[in-house]
Design a protein. Sequence first.
Length: 175
Amino acid sequence: NNGCTAIDSVTIFNVIQDSISTTPASCSTCCDGTATVFPSGGTTPYTYLWSPGNQTTQSVSNLCVGNYTVCVTDANGCVSCVGNITIQFSTTYGNNNVENSLKIFSNPSPNGVFTIESPQNIYLIEICDVLGKIIYQLQPHISEFTIDLSTHRQGIYFIKIIAGEKIFTQKIIIQ
């Protein structure tokens, strides 16, 4: 009004975008997993805060199996957090070629029934609950086997299978 004008400037900062890379822990109780966040955008330098653990570097190590969150803050105080970063554990040891792979299905299982297929005879199947208590153990000595855990509670279990010279471990879920 009255012929007045005003000019102002606005600074728009690039939004921080993060990508994540992880390596699994070597076993279900090992704490040797790693994770690295790769931020882009925003204004460098970045600072990092991982939780749990309160590590403050771009790459973190000695991670146990579980879920983590990282928050990246740029030089302007803009924050980007990524949650549900999952450190799993390696499911095979030794040579893991496709032709030597072991299959477990259906996982997760709606009814507690799992089928295991292996190119080699299965010498041992062992299933533990989340507290480490063995709830199932069998030595089938065949290459395909079905396990019925329908009498067990819904939840997460860990299966260990020895087939040939390999040890396979994996999380299984009864829904």
